[in-house]
Design a protein. Structure first.
Length: 168
């Protein structure tokens, strides 16, 4: 009889151990991983400090359906890295943005015209910074700059703005 009891206890122990192997362990709570908002990388073009060339500035922004529009808004907000200089006059705003048949139409406020005594180099850098920033995006080959919704002949009397520009 004692053997029977020992056998029964042994069977119960083996069965209990078997249950421990197959019963899922209660998982300890995992620390919540903060959900990252998706971002996109932009390449913006600003002037060098000596106004002799353009300098790239990389920037990350939240993903959007209109990355080229956001790039222009970031360009107008100004440079954030050392060695990059904002060349577009302060206060200039983006009034509208559209892309049709590979041409981006960038409509700027007349504030861009409110800086007297701009030379041809300055005008070239402003136009090139806008055009190069916008043509970073697939499907945009040219940029037409508008002021207050209208085509203008020039910003400061040096460059013909009546036709769209290709990348500089």
């Amino acid at each position: 009889m004692m053997r029977g009891i020992v056998k029964a206890i042994a069977v119960l122990i083996v069965a209990a151990l078997g249950l421990l192997v197959f019963v899922p362990k209660a998982s300890s709570p995992q620390p919540a991983v903060p959900q990252q908002d998706p971002v996109i990388n932009l390449t913006l073009y600003f002037s060098t400090p000596d106004a002799s060339a353009l300098r790239q500035e990389k920037r990350q922004v939240l993903q959007t359906n209109e990355p080229a529009r956001v790039a222009v808004e970031e360009l107008l907000a100004g440079a954030k890295t050392e060695g990059a200089v904002t060349i577009i006059p302060a206060g200039t705003k983006l009034k509208g943005f559209a892309v049709r048949q590979g041409v981006a139409y960038v409509d700027l406020s007349e504030d861009i015209l409110n800086t007297p005594n701009r030379g041809s180099a300055s005008e070239s850098l402003i136009v090139a910074s806008i055009v190069n920033t916008v043509t970073e995006f697939a499907g945009i080959d040219q940029v037409q700059i508008l002021i207050e919704g209208k085509e203008v002949e020039t910003l400061y009397g040096h460059m013909d703005l009546s036709e769209p520009f290709r990348r500089f």
